[in-house]
Design a protein around this ligand. Structure first.
Ligand code: SAM
Length: 210
């Protein structure tokens, strides 16, 4: 299973390579991350529920993968969940859960064909990291949120440093687009992974202004 981690983390920003890697991993992804003790979906969902208790508004799962978060939020009562992801293989698995209103292939970091202010909330688990979704995609996520909407995202500490995520969050806060709503404590997203992939991280919550 570490082979798959090697593959997806060696793509370093090449979208076609990343897509091929995730398409190949899609079938075994859930078992792989379960064995690695993957904690991001639980942390992201808990933070989202804390800050967005209204379960009626539409939620975007950005980089939904096989739909782990969609299933958690659906079971918790969130009624309308859309997912986007660059991997058709992962999207197919997500579709199999039957919890998403819509699923579409889209690349975070490119303009998204979604109307401004569509979502009451957005979640992203394990997606904003080096070689995956870039910090520049925060602008599009912020655009898609309605005023008061919350974006909850997991980011490992090394990615936060290397990927310019902190700078992007601060810029959007300074420009009055969103404000920091909460930051989780430190945890290990992949506690059972080998040392090179066992980095601590946090969940960040941003609230759209206006
Ligand atoms: C580690 S998986 C996380 C999936 C799911 N959110 C979870 O927590 O189980 C990363 C997902 O992000 C997707 N992804 C990576 N970079 C992306 C990008 N730039 N745009 C859209 N999806 C992306 C991958 O295809 C993959 O499904």
């Amino acid at each position: 299973m570490t082979d798959w981690l090697e593959k997806v983390y060696s793509a370093t920003g090449d979208i076609a390579q990343l897509e091929t890697a995730y398409d190949g991993w899609a079938e075994g992804y859930d078992d792989s991350v379960a064995a690695l003790g993957y904690t991001n979906p639980a942390l992201v969902s808990a933070m989202f529920a804390r800050l967005m208790p209204d379960v009626t508004g539409p939620v975007l799962d950005a980089g939904c993968g096989t739909g782990v978060i969609g299933e958690i939020l659906s079971l918790a009562g969130y009624a309308v969940i859309d997912g986007i992801d660059l991997s058709r293989g992962m999207l197919k698995r997500a579709d199999g859960r039957g919890v998403y209103r819509s699923l579409a292939r889209a690349v975070l970091g490119e303009p998204l064909e979604i109307e401004t202010g569509t979502y009451a909330g957005a979640v992203s688990s394990g997606v904003f990291t080096v070689g995956h979704a870039p910090a520049s995609a925060f602008d599009e996520i912020a655009r898609l949120l309605s005023p008061g909407g919350v974006f909850v995202v997991s980011i490992t500490d090394p990615a936060f440093e290397a990927g310019g995520f902190g700078e992007a969050m601060t810029r959007l806060e300074r420009d009055g687009i969103w404000e920091s709503a909460a930051v989780s404590g430190s945890y290990l997203p992949l506690p059972n992974a080998e040392a090179e992939h066992r980095h601590p991280g946090k969940v960040y919550a941003l609230r759209k202004q206006g």
